[in-house]
Ligand binder design. Structure first.
Ligand SMILES: Nc1nc2c(c(=O)[nH]1)N[C@H]1C(S)=C(S)[C@@H](COP(=O)(O)O)O[C@H]1N2
Ligand SMILES: [Mo]
Length: 302
């Protein structure tokens, strides 16, 4: 077994990490220095720590339309999905195209834990402790060629295990895409676990994308195919409704969805009287990713 996660981690063991900070940065930037020793810029971050949601919240309120469109459908029906053996086909503009087994991938990657804010386009949010590796490390395994400009992703389509695919809600298989620079950004991870445990099926087992500065639907689950291409790839939600769902789908409180405001969000699990919170530009990761979109009109490239 190549798994490097700790299976005995519980919610209590997970230290809430300040906004904008992930473990790699803490390790790289701080060495042995305690968090209390950091001045200035940390003060504001410390005031708004990313306190994770509970296991129960993260695994029972989901979107995974292959199992139905209701929030509890995935936890109810995704258990029947066979996730082992699993392999990912990597093709297109790569030096080493082919089928990469999940265990083989894990054995080549260094798993890290990162706690990220996760914001759905429907204006709810959660904070989730993920385990995974950087997508760029996986792409390096396959060897990205110079002409590649985009990365396309596809979810498994196995109709007999996915009751929701009987309905034409989306054009199956579920498809997503990123521009290559977005895919190579260190915040973009392939997640293989939550809370120190392997991903539950409803969260996209055995491996799914997490792009923390984008709306949740970009974070495609149960990936079986990755294609490097020079064309912007078609994506499921954009095909379903291009006016409502653009290719970029960056979290942006100043650009409303045609049918609702994107300015605030409701934190799942916040309780009956929880206030809606203001949504942050790029979901709070503006400092890290704004430069990717320099000069772009984000009202047009939504
Ligand atoms: N294959 C697939 N991936 C998917 C979806 C889906 O329906 N099918 N839903 C997306 C949406 S809309 C959201 S908000 C997130 C939800 O992830 P979570 O259930 O782990 O919180 O998964 C995304 N990835
Ligand atoms: Mo979503």
């Amino acid at each position: 077994m190549a798994h490097r996660w700790q299976n005995d981690l519980t919610h209590k063991d997970i230290t809430p990490e300040p906004l904008f900070w992930n473990r790699r940065k803490i390790l790289a930037g701080l060495g042995g220095v305690g968090l209390g020793a950091i001045g200035g810029g940390m003060a504001q971050a410390e005031a708004s720590p990313l306190e994770p949601n509970t296991w129960e919240e993260v695994t029972s309120y989901n979107n995974y339309y292959e199992f139905g469109t209701g929030k509890t459908d995935p936890s109810e029906y995704a258990g029947q999905l066979t996730t082992s053996p699993w392999s990912v086909e990597i093709d297109g503009l790569v030096d080493r195209p082919g089928s990469y087994g999940f265990e083989q991938i894990l054995s080549e990657m260094t798993l890290e834990e990162r706690i990220y804010r996760f914001r759905c386009v429907e204006a709810w949010s959660m904070v989730i402790p993920w385990q995974g590796f950087e997508l760029s490390d996986l792409l390096a395994l396959a060897g990205v060629q110079a002409g590649a400009k985009y990365v396309a992703f596809e979810t498994l389509l196995r109709r007999d295990e996915m009751p929701g695919t009987r309905y034409p809600v989306l054009d199956w298989p579920y498809r997503e895409g990123l521009r290559l620079d977005e895919a190579m950004h260190p915040l973009t991870i392939m997640a293989t676990g939550i809370f120190g445990k392997p991903l539950p099926n409803q969260n996209g087992a055995p491996l799914r994308l997490v792009v923390p500065w984008k709306y949740g639907f970009k974070s495609i689950k149960s990936i079986v195919k990755i294609t490097l291409t020079d064309q912007e790839p078609p994506t499921s939600w954009n095909m379903a409704n291009a006016r409502e769902y653009g290719f970029y789908s960056n979290v942006n409180p100043t650009v409303d969805h045609p049918r609702w405001s994107q300015a605030t969000e409701r934190r799942i699990g916040g309780g009956l009287f929880a206030r809606r919170e203001p949504t942050l530009m790029f979901n709070g990761y503006e400092e890290e990713v704004a430069s990717l979109y320099a000069g772009m009109d984000l009202t047009k490239n939504y």
